[in-house]
Ligand binder design. Sequence first.
Ligand code: ADP
Length: 281
Amino acid sequence: GEGWSYTIAETPMLIAPDLAAYRIDAEPYYRPVGDEITVFEAAWKHRLPVMLKGPTGCGKTRFVEYMAWRLGRPLITVAAHEDMTAADLAGRFLLTPEGTVWHDGPLTLAVRHGAICYLDEIVEARQDTTVVIHPLTDARRMLPLEKRNELIPAHPDFQLVISYNPGYQSAVKDLKESTKQRFVAIDFDYPAPALEAEIVMREAGTDPALARTLVAIAACSRNLKGQGLDEGASTRMLIHAGRLAAGGVPLEAAVHAGIVLPITDDADVRQALGSAISACF
Ligand code: ADP
């Protein structure tokens, strides 16, 4: 093995045909960092809604994929964006040559047939989406489809998971207190250096020394947070730089393309980041 334990999906997959496309057949690589698996499993047992908190690119999405596989449930992921409305989640009537037909949105699919629904960066979505989520996240476990005048009781295996980046939130764009309080929260952050190096090695195919260098570079960039940088380099960025370097791009160029350029458009900040990083080589 890889030095950490493998687990076999415990439930035989009883998955509705509508959800066949969402089942996860192969075990996703996920390196546990704390007690997140235990907490998620306990939440799942009671079908409690879960909020994954943490900066972008630190493993939240990979964790949900892993948990869905481990629990033997299909996973429907929705990346929220600022134009996303309740109808994008719930569904809408579509005009077809045969007339108007209702089309279930991703959330409705999950609610009807029993999937884990992962709403990534939910805070980006318009406020009216919370109206849809609220009756699903309390004892009612109902999804109101206003347009169809229908109230769908959630399938026993439905679970709602959202991600939330506390660093990005402003007063105007934040989850309402009444929404936040419906979720069990699990905190995510960049993994400790040795763990993060292990992940970079595995995901980018680098050797151990290169992985450690990239993790040291990340630490430098994370120290610049607040000094022109909203966030330091994420684990995802280290993997990108690592892939470039493992593919033959000289390290400095790989770090420039994988980390420095994407993270900021400001020439001065780039300069500062560049020299901080050079000190890590
Ligand atoms: P987020 O959803 O937090 O924005 P992701 O889950 O997409 O971030 O993580 C970005 C990448 O980092 C993943 O594709 C994966 O390669 C890697 N990664 C981060 N944390 C872990 C971890 N604990 N185990 C395995 N891979 C990880």
